[in-house]
Ligand binder design. Structure first.
Ligand code: SF4
Ligand code: SF4
Ligand code: SF4
Length: 260
């Protein structure tokens, strides 16, 4: 029996709820896998050893760090699920703009807290991660595919093509051409483009596609009415360190000048 764990760090538990929403597929898996740790879904849990441990949430407290390091030690394969775990998520979007003290005071009004807090980090900034399934929340079909791949000894692989590709497949009219800010050209597809098909520009919740052209993306967002510094902020919402590193490298001059 393959032992699977589902562990949550700092996040909203939305990815774990998506995993629960795979109930039909999970039901079919139950003959081959045992969910030995899934506190969101069951009372009896064992945190001892796993063939595969799925980790949701960013590493933000000392307890998160302790849990994920222990989880890594006792797991053969560790998979980060959701954009908090893969990139640091929404809570890390201002990591490069303000100090930890300013963040804590802004949220809690005091720095005297019962737990030790760090700036939110992706799981891969703390321990080795074998695979990443991003998204806010993760795409439940990709979770099921990843489990099926791993049960059959195959490496999970999802091509990092842009969301624009999904618009073409579903014949969705391009929002950029209508002046609606959309990050699809630099965003990792696989979600089925639920946002653009409803008239909402892609927010980049799954992070970067391969070879994202940030320069051109910022220019397009400017043409669609965003100020340059707001385009940087828009791109950073879900991508955490991934975008902060690229933006700081590509647009250092602008950041110094405008304090974005
Ligand atoms: S990635 Fe999104 S849905 Fe998943 S835990 Fe983080 S905030 Fe929640
Ligand atoms: S709506 Fe966005 S994701 Fe879709 S084709 Fe246009 S730019 Fe690309
Ligand atoms: S369209 Fe963009 S924001 Fe919407 S789910 Fe897909 S990647 Fe995320």
């Amino acid at each position: 029996m393959v032992k699977i764990g589902i562990m949550g760090l700092t996040g909203c538990s939305g990815c774990q709820c998506e995993i629960l929403n795979c109930e039909d597929a999970i039901y079919k898996l139950l003959g081959r896998v045992e969910f030995s740790y899934f506190p969101l879904a069951q009372d009896n849990n064992s945190f001892e050893e796993f063939d595969v441990l799925f980790v949701e949430g960013s590493v933000t407290t000392d307890l998160d760090e302790e849990k994920v390091k222990k989880g890594r030690e006792i797991s053969k394969i560790l998979v980060a699920v959701g954009s908090c775990a893969c990139y640091g998520g929404v809570q890390s979007q201002r990591n490069d703009e303000v100090s930890l003290e300013e963040m804590i005071k802004g949220v809690y009004g005091t720095t005297e807290l019962p737990v030790k807090i760090s700036k939110p980090r992706a799981v891969s900034e703390v321990v080795k991660v074998d695979y990443e399934l991003p998204g806010c929340p993760l795409d439940k079909r990709q979770f099921v595919y990843a489990v099926a791949f791993l049960l059959n000894g195959v490496k999970p692989f999802f091509p990092k093509i842009p969301v624009c590709h999904e618009c073409k497949l579903s014949e969705t009219e391009c929002l950029t051409l209508k002046g609606i800010p959309c990050q699809g050209p630099i965003s990792f597809s696989g979600c089925g483009a639920p946002c653009t098909s409803q008239g909402v520009g892609c927010q980049g919740c799954r992070g970067d596609c391969d070879f994202p052209n940030y320069n051109e993306m910022v220019s397009i967002l400017e043409r669609n009415g965003l100020k340059r510094e707001d385009a940087f902020k828009f791109i950073k919402v879900f991508r955490g360190k991934q975008a902060q590193d690229r933006i700081s490298k590509l647009f250092r001059g602008d950041l110094d000048e405008k304090g974005a």
